[in-house]
Design a protein around this ligand. Sequence first.
Ligand code: CA2
Length: 151
Amino acid sequence: MRLLVLHGPNLNLLGQREPGLYGCSTLAAIDASLARQAEGLGVELESFQSNHEGALVDRIQQAGDRSGQGAADGIVINAAAYTHTSVAIRDALLAVAIPYVEVHLSNVHARETFRHRSLLADRAVGVIGGFGATSYRLALDGLVSHLREVR
Ligand code: CA2
């Protein structure tokens, strides 16, 4: 099983700014922890971060190319601000029809109203938020369980 973790804009700043909101872990530390978790689960995992909407769309399309290097059976995605705005990322996820879990570090429903709307959530396998870096861990566990059930 090959899985992809996608991180959207500004998440490369994790651990350097706003630790009260997003925690102290760097993105590299989160990715390293997910890589260890994936090894324990017996799945392959690749992580990708971009500040650019088109680059995230390109990576999702690559994940959908079954015979290609970047193919994926499932996606964990924190699209960050694009969660609330990006029809392009939604369209790409639906086009490749790869099961995905939406993840957030913060509880977006306890924040500004504009963060309450997600363009990805209604077609996700599940949505997890509010647990900091642990949200990613829960999302990966949930996605692997889901894929093992449906296979
Ligand atoms: O809670 C989350 O994971 C979010 O996806 C984070 C996004 C935000 O726009 C979403 O509404 C919720 C923002 C990511 C910004 O990341 C930063 C990290 C460190 C310092 C500043 C920003």
